[in-house]
Design a protein around this ligand. Structure first.
Ligand SMILES: [Fe+2]
Length: 297
């Protein structure tokens, strides 16, 4: 049996103990991987479609207008090569479209599959991102809809992670707005929340597992930072999202939904009902499409 290439044995143990609901440090081995050398990342930034590359100068105003975000007049590859002193923030999105990176992501997910797929079912929507950021930058308080392992490749950062599902930190109506779409990514933060948080200080070789919708914010260290984020969704994350969508519909009809988790049987019935209705709607749409196709001939 070959040794795992992506995660250290203790990292796999820590992941197994925490998954799926708890955050955990996860030791990894990718910081020396050739695909994360500066030249390889610069080449990737150049060959990815433009829609997968987002960047801006890191010193944005608190009330920054989205249509006036300053950008460096450099090519994506040049931004990567001059990260040490160009003051930029950059994300390479969905790098799994690139075969070399896709193979690496799949290898990582295979190593944690005995725990992840046994607990939350088959992987859905695997996606990976590479974040490159200037020294000392901050990623504000927010939550994400996926399971996520954030691997530190170069530089340092501290991620403060709050428990997922604590309605005193993220109210139920904010969860519902999140799944309806259109809610602002950054959320209200109160220093009182910090009593429930856990800090993960990360350098090269250290990662953190962030559960689905566990709120977090990130402080970068004094050097440029490179991080690799591997994300996936599951039957569990899909069910959580469906539950909030059903609750949001109920609220619009004037019915106050119960808190998630207060009645697991009711929650399960809502999720099953939503899957059934959405499945039926999708079937009906396909049938109508076929009728239209036939009518066109
Ligand atoms: Fe995040």
């Amino acid at each position: 049996m070959t040794a795992p290439a992506c995660f250290a044995p203790e990292g796999l143990r820590d992941f197994a103990a925490a998954y799926p609901g708890g955050s955990a440090p996860v030791a990894h081995r990718l910081h020396d991987h050739p695909l994360f050398r500066i030249d390889a990342l610069a080449d990737l930034a150049e060959r990815l479609p433009a829609s997968h590359v987002e960047h801006n100068l890191g010193n944005l105003a608190v009330d920054q207008r989205p249509d006036a975000i300053p950008r460096a007049a450099l090519s994506p590859g040049e931004i990567v090569r001059t990260l040490a002193d160009n003051g930029c923030w950059m994300v390479l999105k969905k790098v799994d479209v690139d075969p070399a990176y896709a193979a690496l992501i799949n290898a990582c997910l295979a190593e944690i599959a005995p725990v992840a797929t046994r607990t939350t079912g088959a992987y859905r929507r695997r996606e990976a991102f590479i974040f490159l950021s200037a020294p000392n930058s901050v990623t504000p308080f927010h939550m994400d809809p996926e399971h996520n392992i954030l691997l530190q490749i170069a530089g340092s950062k501290t991620m403060r992670v709050y428990p997922a599902g604590d309605l005193s930190i993220v109210p139920q109506t904010v969860h519902e707005a999140f799944h309806r779409g259109g809610a602002h990514r950054n959320m209200r933060h109160d220093p009182k929340f910090d009593a429930h948080a856990r800090d993960f200080a990360m350098g090269p070789g250290q990662a953190v597992y962030v559960p689905v919708k566990a709120p977090h914010w990130v402080q970068n260290g004094p050097e440029p930072s490179i991080s690799f984020s591997i994300t996936w969704r599951s039957r569990m994350s899909d069910g959580e999202a469906r539950l909030h969508r059903v609750n949001q519909r109920m609220r619009r009809l004037g019915i106050a939904p119960g808190a998630p988790g207060a009645s697991p049987g009711t929650d399960a019935a809502k999720v099953a009902g939503h899957r059934l209705v959405k499945g039926a709607v999708a079937l009906a749409r396909r049938a109508v499409g076929k009728e239209r196709d036939r009518a066109a001939y």
